[in-house]
Design a protein around this ligand. Sequence first.
Ligand SMILES: *[C@@H]1O[C@H](CO)[C@@H](O)[C@H](O)[C@H]1NC(C)=O
Ligand SMILES: *[C@@H]1O[C@H](CO)[C@@H](O)[C@H](O)[C@H]1NC(C)=O
Ligand SMILES: *[C@@H]1O[C@H](CO)[C@@H](O)[C@H](O)[C@H]1NC(C)=O
Ligand SMILES: *[C@@H]1O[C@H](CO)[C@@H](O)[C@H](O)[C@H]1NC(C)=O
Ligand SMILES: *[C@@H]1O[C@H](CO)[C@@H](O)[C@H](O)[C@H]1NC(C)=O
Ligand SMILES: *[C@@H]1O[C@H](CO)[C@@H](O)[C@H](O)[C@H]1NC(C)=O
Length: 397
Amino acid sequence: MSLLMFLLGLVTGAIALHIDEFNVYNYGASGSGEIDDSHAFVNAWRDACKVRTQYARVIVPEGTFLLNPLMFSGPCNPQNIHFKVLGTIISTGSPKSWNGRDPSQWIAFKDVTGLNVYGSGVVDGQGMGWWDQSCRDHPKLEGCTKLAPTIIKFISCKEGTLSNINIVNSPQTHVLIFYSKGFNVDNVTIQSPERSPNTDGIHIHSSQFVNITNSIIGTGDDCISIGDYTSNMDIANIECGPGHGISIGSLGKNKEVAMVENIRVHDSTLKGTTNGARIKTWQGGQGNIRHVTFENIVFDAVNNPIIIDQNYCDVRGTCKEEKTGVKINDVVYENLNGTSSSEIAINLNCSKFVHCSGIIMENITLVSIQEGNPVTANCTNAEGTEVGVNPGSCFKK
Ligand SMILES: *[C@@H]1O[C@H](CO)[C@@H](O)[C@H](O)[C@H]1NC(C)=O
Ligand SMILES: *[C@@H]1O[C@H](CO)[C@@H](O)[C@H](O)[C@H]1NC(C)=O
Ligand SMILES: *[C@@H]1O[C@H](CO)[C@@H](O)[C@H](O)[C@H]1NC(C)=O
Ligand SMILES: *[C@@H]1O[C@H](CO)[C@@H](O)[C@H](O)[C@H]1NC(C)=O
Ligand SMILES: *[C@@H]1O[C@H](CO)[C@@H](O)[C@H](O)[C@H]1NC(C)=O
Ligand SMILES: *[C@@H]1O[C@H](CO)[C@@H](O)[C@H](O)[C@H]1NC(C)=O
């Protein structure tokens, strides 16, 4: 009996371990960085996606692979597809080569369940060409760019992972996860210069059960930004900076209905960022942001360590006062410490019409980056409780 079990184990083990591999070199990739290798990638993916085994693995070995915009689509037959990047993947770096194509996209995975993208390699968006003509920095330039490619999009990907990989120099957002459920990002590094425009590290929207852990993110915009219809996220062990911090929002633009809940950000460090733990909404929106926790976070020279801006406006003073707003409720700030580079270390700037409520602050110690300078807490239209908050009371008594 036990022998039978043993043999059965061997057989099922062998089946379970069988992985079909699809090496892009076997599909004609040059790996030179000079010739377009897109076809090899498309064909390797096509075969991996349709193979009749449980596991398939696309392999991108050492080498430099130049890719034009590509979509790796599912659904696929294997229950798991690995996409292993050991080499370097680069874009053309030329906005012109996107003429006639979706300007928002470079590499995308769509409708793939059980996708694991990983490897010690680098995905380099070569964003300089876009930064140099961005409307943000060159508003008067004719044909300036508002929308530039995201390095990797995961669209409708269930139970996926992105891990152990390096993603650099995006024309705009580095990683975008949307309409996805159950997705883990772990041990990635994301890097672009501090001055690069709109280069969010990871943006998530319309997704549930997404975790981001053990990662180093430094860009010209939010390290992590959480968009609408997102819930049940766990973000931990992130080193963020430079950048704009970890943000929920902006939500509620153009009177939209927002819904973001059950977000936990913890055990992380923000260094030299413009914001730390941030929530921002436009006036006039509706819906809720609720059950959000920021816990065990260290701020190092952060301009606005703790901030809620419910009166967000991209160009200050150009937005009308509106009588509705996205409701912000049950936000916990616990065990946060470090240095602020502005005077208002805690700034809850909530709507006069839809107050922030259920705010809990406990064990917060923030001091000025310039020793001896005071820092303050300014909570407007916000209600909650506080214990051990330095720079002093935030809620009016
Ligand atoms: C993180 O990823 C790098 C490759 O980018 C790898 O060398 C390292 O072992 C990974 N760390 C862990 C804990 O998996
Ligand atoms: C995300 O993290 C939470 C909390 O650690 C965990 O319960 C959950 O299983 C994780 N989700 C996935 C998809 O691994
Ligand atoms: C709060 O928001 C309003 C409207 O944008 C702005 O005028 C004001 O300066 C903000 N207050 C603080 C303390 O940031
Ligand atoms: C801030 O918190 C970290 C982690 O909990 C701790 O190691 C550090 O000593 C604290 N620093 C200050 C100034 O309280
Ligand atoms: C706040 O800090 C005190 C003293 O370090 C600690 O005993 C308490 O557990 C902390 N509170 C929370 C909610 O972690
Ligand atoms: C606090 O914020 C309110 C609203 O933005 C503003 O009117 C007030 O001047 C601020 N107070 C301080 C001390 O900065």
